[in-house]
Design a binder for this molecule. Structure first.
Ligand code: ATP
Ligand code: SKM
Ligand code: MG
Length: 183
């Protein structure tokens, strides 16, 4: 993976976009390590994300998220699935842009189908889920567009296919002379 010069691949996008699911597959395909900022936060705090939001508030969660992201920037050859809100802190972009940032862009209707019965995501527990997703997307879309690569989900497109397309799109933004041998 010389072309990527060992940098990490960061997956960003809305809750339910498939960052964790596609990220695992992508890491396997590239023979990269896989990390998930949400999972690492749960592991280091020994609390669920809902508990952290509940007991310490969203800002405390965001602090942890920045800390974990900073620590991951010391790693190489890793796929990192981030939390949906990681793009909202400008200092996080300093870390994200060490690597290649991939936006999994999934329509709200599909996100809603996946998350309609979700109980683990604190930001979706108040109000109507679909309008909450839409208003979060309205707030964040211009931030997600700062990604290096955008992978728009097709209708019913499986995670495996999205991972394959992510690799194709990453190849396009890597200079040919330094491009990774992804085949
Ligand atoms: N391409 C896909 N097609 C159908 N279902 C999917 C797809 N990708 C992910 N899912 C399902 O959608 C749900 C959310 O996926 P996942 O947890 O990977 O999203 P996420 O982007 O990591 O969300 P979060 O930001 O909350 O961590 C899971 O149940 C997962 O199995
Ligand atoms: O979109 C968000 O702000 C979040 C997404 C999840 O990945 C978690 O990081 C948490 O539930 C917050
Ligand atoms: Mg996730």
């Amino acid at each position: 993976m010389d072309g990527l010069r060992g940098v990490n691949i960061y997956l960003v996008g809305m809750m339910g976009a498939g960052k964790t699911t596609v990220g695992r597959i992508l890491a396997k395909k590239l023979k990269y390590r896989f990390f998930d900022t949400d999972e690492l936060i749960v592991r280091v705090t020994n609390q669920s994300i809902a508990e952290i939001f509940d007991r310490e508030g969203e800002e405390a969660f965001r602090e942890l998220e920045t800390k974990v992201l900073g620590e991951l920037s010391a790693y190489k050859n890793s796929v990192v699935a981030t939390g949906g809100g990681i793009v909202t802190r400008s200092m996080n972009w300093g870390y994200l842009h060490y690597g290649v940032v991939v936006w999994l862009d999934v329509p709200v209707d599909q996100l809603y189908d996946r998350l309609r019965s979700d109980t683990a995501r604190p930001l979706l527990q108040e109000g109507e889920i679909k309008s909450k997703l839409q208003s979060l997307l309205n707030e964040r879309e211009r931030l997600y567009t700062q990604a290096d690569v955008r992978v728009c989900a097709g209708v019913g497109e499986r995670a495996e296919a999205m991972a394959t397309r992510a690799i194709e799109e990453i190849q396009k933004v890597i200079k040919p002379e330094t491009g990774p041998d992804l085949n």
